[in-house]
Every structure is written in structure tokens, then in C-alpha cells.
Design a protein around this ligand. Structure first.
Ligand code: UDP
Length: 500
């Protein structure tokens, strides 16, 4: 009698943020689609697991190889508001608490891995986490299991990790200087400046909570067996050189982890998230059909899409100036509005956040969406000509995969480094502002919008669009079945992940 094939089991534990959860889910889909003999278990809090379950339940034939495991989590035990199990609706001041709370998963996660290993054996189990669940690599090691770090873009992630880990040596707590500085891992010719750093990083004084958290985390380097990167080898050559020399580990570029249907015509038996993947746990505030119909009524590449992602907000003053600049630009737009910084992120819309009468006046010019919009549908539409974005890595990939150039307004995390790379390396972005504390003017808003949406030949907008289109083609080539670099990298990873 033939022996039943042994189950190859990948266990994933993402940080509790929309961008992380949905990207791990996409990676899980890509894996089981690539090799159906793999099982993937995604571990998280009960609320996040429910959201992920309902996200895949709505898709055609959800693969049975993707499983879920909830670990108990009581947000009040960690000083967080009740039922806060992810960054949605959490004010930025509470983020350090959520990050700190992640350490509480170590014991139940260890117990879970112990159960899996004793029933399945360690040789066919491996763990993938992100940088927040740093302790997961110790858990893996103690059971003789391999562990892998999953990161966003190569350039932005390496800059963020290196700056965090080396912060004390960079003497950046001296907020008075705007000098350029070199970042360990990056060649000396690639300078960073103070403006690339988030206000939160600039505020690190070695004493406040966030500094302490980073210092604790930075003092030990987790021992991973390799790095999975959500990018494409051909689009981030320099970033990958830096990443490889910094980590000195095998790196597999398996991106862009966005639904294959958006990238190639015949994704085969791919039952992946489809175009509606981003909705796990999020209520859409506008019907995708309505957005598409609205976009249909506009000329090709004429509409500006504006969104600052799932966690960040701009200030009230900035919001007013942005609205005035939009109106002055006269360009059609879709703007996803969230409460400005300092307001309850879950609160209702308040008309005072916008100039008096704005929503009525721009009824013909634009769509104002409060809360959550179908971003992928919008970016995929041929009428969308530019994206004013905080440049979170998922938004960057989604935009460039459709050849849409960006207007950057970084607001946190590694977004400032993403913008630096998008401008200096790729030439697909111009920066409008940085962080929620910068001063913007309606004149500058209108000037930048007009420049990027200008379709005249060889103008700045045209050049950016051409470069964005080149990147789109490289991304599409990367995921081509049997041929693309990302396809081959995933194949190579899945062949080696238990035995590297
Ligand atoms: N997103 C969306 N609708 C919105 C805002 C965001 O679908 O109104 C999705 C977007 O498509 C992306 C994710 O949320 O996949 C945001 O991830 P990103 O890395 O860009 O930013 P983060 O929210 O992590 O800062």
C-alpha cells in the first residue's frame, strides 16, 4: 500500500494591521495555488481571524489548505480600548501598546507550535512572521523548525530596520540638525536626511516609551533562515543589493502580492482574492459599481485618487488646504476621507473638517468617500491618472501594477524611505508633503496635481507615467507562470523552506 504523502505545513503569524493581514493571506493563496500539497495556517487574534475567514468565504472555492488558528487576546489587559485587536480605528498614540501586546502571544504560540510539531514532526513545519513578532524565530528554533521574515519592499524595509536598529549610533536624537547621514547597510553615496524620518523616529530620545521599545527590540537580532520580500527582483535592484548585504541571508522576492487577476490575463486555477481582496473586516462606504460608473464617465488618465491607507490621517488644517487645492486644480478626483489626526478614528464625519460648502461645490468635480473605498477597483480603472498616497507599500504596488504614478505624502512607518526610492530610483513619484505636521498650501496642491495629471507629451506627468508603465510590465513579467522571477522564487522557496 502506498504511504499517504506527508503534509507540508507553513504557519504564518502577521502583525495585527490591515496591510499585514491581507498580504499574508495573499501569500497563503499564492502558496497553495502554486503547490496544493502545502497547508497554511494563519495565526492571529479571534477578531482578525473572523475577518480573514469572512474575506475568503466570499471568494469562489476557498482553498481548504488555508486554515486559521485564534489565540486569546484581551485588549484591555494591555491598556488598549475594548475590542482593539488591530490598528483599525486605533489612535496613533496607542500603537506602541499594540506592538508591546504582541509579546503576550509568545506562550500560546509556543504551545500551538508544540502541538503541531508533536503531531506532524518538525521537518515539515516552518514559520513565516513579520518584524513585529520577533520572538517567533526563537520559538521556531526551540522546536528545530525553520523561520522566515516576511517584509514589504526591499529598500524601504531595509532602511527602516537599519535606522531603528542603529538609531543610537546615528546621533539622530539631536533634533537641531538637518544634516545628511549614511545608514548602515546603504552605500555612502546614498545619503538619508532628517526629512526622511518620521516625527516619531525624530522624537526618539532614548527615554520615551517608543525608544525603550525599540531599544529592547533592537538589542537582539532574531535568527531567521531567510527573508521573503513583497517585491519583484527586476524593479528593486538597488534595494535588493542593500537588503542582501544587510541581512546576509537568502532572499526570495515573491511579489507583488496583489491578486493575480490584476496582473495577468489567465491566472490558471487561481482562486485568489480577486479584485475585492482588501475588504477583510472593512465596510465599504461606497459601492464599487458606483465608483466604476463614475470613473467610466471621465476621460482616460484624468482622475486623481487620494487615500492615506488604513492607519494614517492628516491634520485638520492640512485637510482644509488639500480640499481648497483640489477645488482650485479643477481636476476630477476620488478622495477617501478619514477623521483628521487628533479626532476619534472611528468617529462620524464632521463637515467642519472641510471648507464651508466644499462637498456641494465639488459634486460635479469629484467623489468624496468617507471611510473605506474599493481602492483596487479605482486604481485598475483606465480613468485613474495619478494616486496621492501616503506610499504604504501595498498602495505603491497596487498603483504601479496599473501604471499609475504617485504623488507622495508619507505619514509614518517606512513610507518616507519608500518615497525616497520612488523618486530617486524609479522616477514615478513627486512629493507634496511629509507627515501630519508639515505646512501645505492650496497653491502647491493645485500645482502638483496639475503637473502630474498633465498628459502632454514629455511633460513631467508623461515621463512619470511612462516609467510607471515600465514597472507595471516588469511586475507582470515577474509573476508569469513558469517563467517570471517571482514565480520561480516562490517555487525555489517552497522547495527549500524545510531544508535550507
Ligand atoms: N485600502 C482600501 N481602501 C481604502 C484604504 C485602503 O482598499 O479606502 C487598502 C489598500 O488597497 C491597501 C491597504 O488598504 O491594500 C493599505 O495598505 P498600505 O500598505 O498601502 O497602507 P497601510 O494602511 O498599511 O498604512
Amino acid at each position: 500500500m502506498e504511504e499517504a504523502p506527508q503534509c507540508k505545513h507553513i504557519i504564518m503569524f502577521p502583525y495585527m494591521a490591515q496591510g499585514h493581514l491581507t498580504r499574508f493571506l495573499e501569500l497563503a493563496y499564492r502558496i497553495v495555488h502554486h503547490d496544493p500539497s502545502f497547508t497554511v495556517t494563519i495565526v492571529n487574534t479571534p477578531l482578525n481571524i473572523n475577518n480573514l475567514r469572512s474575506a475568503i468565504a466570499n471568494r469562489p472555492s476557498p482553498p481548504s489548505q488555508i486554515r486559521f488558528k485564534s489565540l486569546p487576546f484581551n485588549s484591555s489587559d494591555h491598556g488598549l480600548p475594548p475590542n482593539s485587536e488591530n490598528t483599525d480605528g486605533l489612535s496613533p498614540s496607542k500603537l506602541p501598546l499594540l506592538i508591546q501586546a504582541c509579546a503576550s502571544f509568545e506562550a500560546p504560540f509556543r504551545q500551538f507550535i508544540s502541538e503541531v510539531v508533536s503531531s506532524e514532526g518538525s521537518p515539515l513545519v516552518c514559520i513565516i512572521t513579520d518584524g513585529v513578532m520577533r520572538w517567533a524565530s526563537d520559538v521556531a528554533k526551540s522546536f528545530g523548525v525553520f523561520s522566515y521574515l516576511f517584509i514589504a519592499g526591499a529598500y524601504g524595509s531595509t532602511a527602516a530596520i537599519s535606522i531603528f536598529r542603529n538609531l543610537p549610533h546615528l546621533n539622530m536624537t539631536d533634533g537641531g540638525t538637518h544634516d545628511e547621514f549614511a545608514v548602515p547597510g546603504f552605500p555612502e553615496s546614498c545619503w538619508f536626511t532628517y526629512k526622511d524620518l518620521t516625527p516619531r523616529v525624530r522624537a526618539l530620545d532614548g527615554k520615551n516609551e517608543m525608544s525603550k521599545l525599540i531599544k529592547r527590540g533592537g538589542s537582539s537580532s532574531p535568527e531567521y533562515n531567510g527573508v521573503l520580500c513583497n517585491t519583484v527582483e527586476e524593479i528593486e535592484k538597488f534595494g535588493l543589493e542593500v537588503l542582501r548585504s544587510y541581512f546576509k541571508l537568502p532572499v526570495w522576492c515573491v511579489g507583488p502580492l496583489i491578486p493575480l487577476k490584476l496582473l495577468i490575463k489567465n491566472p490558471g486555477s487561481d482562486t485568489s482574492s480577486g479584485i475585492t481582496s482588501q475588504r477583510s473586516g472593512k465596510k465599504l462606504c461606497i459601492e464599487p459599481k458606483y465608483c466604476v460608473e463614475w470613473l467610466d464617465s471621465h476621460p482616460t488618465r484624468s482622475v486623481l485618487y487620494i487615500s492615506f491607507g488604513s492607519e494614517n490621517a492628516i491634520s485638520e488644517t492640512q485637510m482644509v488646504e488639500l480640499a481648497k487645492g483640489l477645488e482650485e486644480s479643477k481636476k476630477p478626483f476620488i478622495w477617501v476621507i478619514r477623521p483628521p489626526s487628533g479626532f476619534d478614528p472611528k468617529g462620524d464625519f464632521q463637515p467642519e473638517w472641510l471648507p464651508y460648502g466644499f462637498v456641494d461645490r465639488v459634486k460635479k468635480q469629484g467623489l468624496v468617500v468617507y471611510g473605506w473605498a474599493p481602492q483596487l477597483e479605482i486604481l485598475c480603472h483606465q480613468s485613474t491618472g495619478a494616486f496621492l498616497s501616503h506610499c504604504g507599500w501595498n498602495s505603491v504596488l497596487e498603483s504601479l501594477s496599473q501604471g499609475v504614478p504617485l504623488i507622495g505624502w508619507p505619514l509614518g512607518a517606512e513610507q518616507g524611505y519608500n518615497v525616497k526610492m520612488l523618486m530617486e530610483e524609479m522616477g514615478v513619484c513627486v512629493v507634496l508633503a511629509r507627515w501630519a505636521d508639515s505646512r501645505i498650501t492650496k497653491e502647491e496642491v493645485s500645482r502638483v496635481i496639475n503637473m502630474v495629471l498633465d498628459n502632454s507629451k514629455s511633460g513631467k506627468g508623461d515621463v512619470m507615467r511612462k516609467k510607471a508603465n515600465e514597472i507595471k510590465e516588469l511586475m507582470r513579467a515577474g509573476v508569469e507562470i513558469n517563467k517570471g522571477s517571482s514565480y520561480n522564487a516562490l517555487n525555489n522557496f517552497l522547495t527549500r523552506c524545510f531544508s535550507i
